[in-house]
Design a binder for this molecule. Structure first.
Ligand code: G6P
Length: 466
C-alpha cells in the first residue's frame, strides 16, 4: 500500500463487520459521528484509518471500504479483556468521568494498554508519508502521540480527547499519571471538548511534570510547544435535518405516538447503557412524579432507549440490573392495559427510527452525571425544524456550555429533575419556539465540519512551524 498523507488513528475502524444471513461478510459505515466528521476530508486527501475491527483475533489485511483505506489492528482475546474492557473502560473511563463508578487499577491492564498503544503507533508510523499528518483519537490511545513521535519525528501529530479530563485531585489517583501526560504531550495539538478539560490537563502538566505553561502552549524540555485547546465536537446535521422532513419518517413518528396510546406528552431518553448517563436518576425522578400523582400514565410516557454497551464489564452488568429492576417496578405499579409508564428498549436502532423518535418526543431528557459532549442533545435539536420540543440538559455535559437555552438540570438533585420535567411538559409553545430557535442556530452553525476544520487549521499551522 502506498503511504498516506493523512492518517486517522482511533480505537475503532469507521466500519462495522456484519455477517449476512447467508454467511457473507459485509462492512457497514458505523453510525458514529467521527466517521461523518472525517469522511469528506479522507476523500480529498490521500488518507488512511488505523483501528480495531471490534472483534477479537480478527486478522485482516488492509482494505478499502466506502472509498476509505482501512488498516485493521488485531487484538487477542486477552488484549480485548485487558486493554479495551480493562484499562480503557474500567480504569480510564470511570476515573475520567469523576469516579461515578470506582476505577480498577491493575498493573497487567496497564502493560496491555502500553503494548496495544505501541501496535497502533507502529501501524500509523508505517502508514504515513514523510512529513505527513496523523490525527489520534480518544482515551484508548493516550500513549500513541509520544510513541509515534519517537518513531517518526518528521510528522505532525494531533490528538483529540472525546471524553472529559478530570480535575487534578482525581487524576492523581492514576498510578501511571505521569506516563499518560507524557504520552499526550507527544502531539502538536491536543484538543479537548471544553475549556475546563483543557485547563485540568494543563494543571496536571504543571503540577506533575513542572513544565511551563504560557496561555494555551506548554514548553517542553526539547523546545516543542504543544497547543492545548478546546474544540467542542458536533454532529453532521444534514442527515438529521433531511430525515426529519421525510413524510415516511413523520408518519412513523405519528405511528409511534399512536402505539404508545397517544399520551399528551412523550418524554425520551436515548443513551448507551452507561453509568455516566444518569439513566437511573431520570427514572427515579419520573417514578416519583407518578407515585405522587403529579403526572399519570395516560398523560405522559417515558421512552428510554438504552443501547447495549461494554456488556462484559462488571459495572455495566450491575447497571443494567439496577435499571431493569427500577423500570419493572415503576411499570408494575403504574401501567394500565392501554398505557405504559416507561417503554424501555435495550436495543440500538437505525438512524431513521431515531429521527422518528426525536420527532415524536415532546421532551428530550439528557441527565448525564458527566459527559464529554453528548451528541444526542444536538441530534434532537437538529431534527426540530418546527421549533417545537424541549431539551432538558444536564449541566455536567460538554453540550451544556453551548446549549444555553435548554432547561438545565443538576441530575443529582432529584427534586430539581422532577421540577425540570414538569417545566418542560408545561412549557407554552411560544417559549419552546424561542428556546429551540436559539438552540438550532447554535447547532446548525457549529456542526462537525466546523469542528474538524478548526482542529485541522491548528494542526496545519503546527505543520508549517515544523
Ligand atoms: C464514547 C467514546 C468513544 C467510543 C464510544 C462507544 O463515545 O468517546 O471512543 O467509541 O463511546 O464505546 P465503545 O466502547 O463501544 O467503542
Amino acid at each position: 500500500m502506498t503511504a498516506a498523507e493523512f492518517v486517522v488513528v482511533a480505537n475503532r475502524l469507521p466500519v462495522d463487520r456484519v455477517i449476512t444471513p447467508d454467511g457473507e461478510e459485509q462492512w457497514r459505515t458505523s453510525p458514529g459521528g467521527l466517521v461523518a466528521a472525517l469522511e469528506p476530508m479522507m476523500h480529498t486527501v490521500n488518507g488512511a484509518w488505523v483501528g480495531w475491527p471490534g472483534q477479537a483475533d480478527l486478522e485482516l489485511a488492509p482494505f478499502e471500504a466506502n472509498g476509505i483505506r482501512l488498516i485493521p489492528i488485531t487484538l487477542s482475546e486477552d488484549e480485548v479483556a485487558e486493554y479495551y474492557e480493562g484499562f480503557s473502560n474500567d480504569t480510564i473511563w470511570p476515573l475520567y468521568h469523576d469516579v461515578i463508578a470506582p476505577p480498577q487499577y491493575h498493573r497487567e491492564w496497564w502493560e496491555a494498554y502500553m503494548a496495544v498503544n505501541r501496535r497502533f503507533a507502529e501501524a500509523a508510523a508505517s502508514a504515513v508519508v514523510d512529513g505527513g499528518t496523523v490525527w489520534v483519537h480518544d482515551y484508548q490511545l493516550q500513549l500513541v502521540p509520544e510513541m509515534l513521535r519517537a518513531l517518526r519525528p518528521d510528522i505532525t501529530i494531533g490528538y483529540f480527547h472525546h471524553i472529559p479530563f478530570p480535575a487534578h485531585g482525581l487524576y492523581s489517583q492514576l498510578p501511571w499519571r505521569d506516563q499518560v501526560l507524557r504520552g499526550l504531550l507527544g502531539a502538536d495539538v491536543i484538543g479537548f471538548q471544553r475549556g475546563q478539560d483543557a485547563q485540568s490537563f494543563l494543571a496536571a502538566v504543571r503540577r506533575r511534570l513542572r513544565y511551563e505553561v504560557k496561555g494555551a502552549a506548554v514548553t517542553l524540555p526539547d523546545g516543542r510547544l504543544p497547543l492545548v485547546k478546546a474544540f467542542p465536537i458536533s454532529i453532521d446535521t444534514t442527515p438529521y435535518r433531511e430525515l426529519s422532513q421525510r413524510p415516511d419518517i413523520q408518519a412513523r413518528a405519528a405511528e409511534i405516538r399512536e402505539s404508545l396510546g397517544n399520551p399528551r406528552k412523550i418524554l425520551l431518553g436515548v443513551d448507551r447503557l452507561d453509568y455516566t448517563k444518569g439513566i437511573r436518576h431520570r427514572i427515579k425522578a419520573f417514578g416519583e412524579l407518578l407515585d405522587q400523582g403529579r403526572i399519570s400514565v395516560e398523560d405522559v410516557t417515558l421512552v428510554q432507549v438504552a443501547s447495549p454497551s461494554r456488556e462484559r464489564v462488571d459495572a455495566y452488568v450491575h447497571l443494567r440490573d439496577e435499571i431493569e429492576l427500577a423500570v419493572g417496578r415503576i411499570n408494575g405499579d403504574h401501567d394500565t392495559m392501554g398505557h405504559t409508564a416507561i417503554r424501555y428498549l435495550h436495543q440500538g436502532f437505525p438512524r431513521e427510527e431515531m429521527v422518528a423518535l426525536y420527532l415524536a418526543a415532546d421532551v428530550m431528557l439528557v441527565t448525564a452525571l458527566r459527559d464529554g459532549m453528548n451528541l444526542v442533545a444536538k441530534e434532537y435539536v437538529a431534527t426540530r425544524a418546527d421549533n417545537r420540543g424541549v431539551l432538558v440538559l444536564s449541566e455536567f455535559t460538554g453540550a451544556a456550555d453551548e446549549l444555553r437555552q435548554a432547561v438545565r438540570v443538576n441530575p443529582h438533585d432529584i427534586d430539581g429533575v422532577k421540577d425540570a420535567i414538569l417545566t418542560a411538559i408545561e412549557m407554552p409553545p411560544a417559549e419552546q419556539g424561542r428556546r429551540m430557535r436559539a438552540l438550532r442556530k447554535r447547532v446548525l452553525e457549529h456542526d462537525v465540519a466546523a469542528w474538524s476544520s478548526s482542529f485541522l487549521a491548528e494542526l496545519e499551522s503546527a505543520r508549517r512551524a515544523h
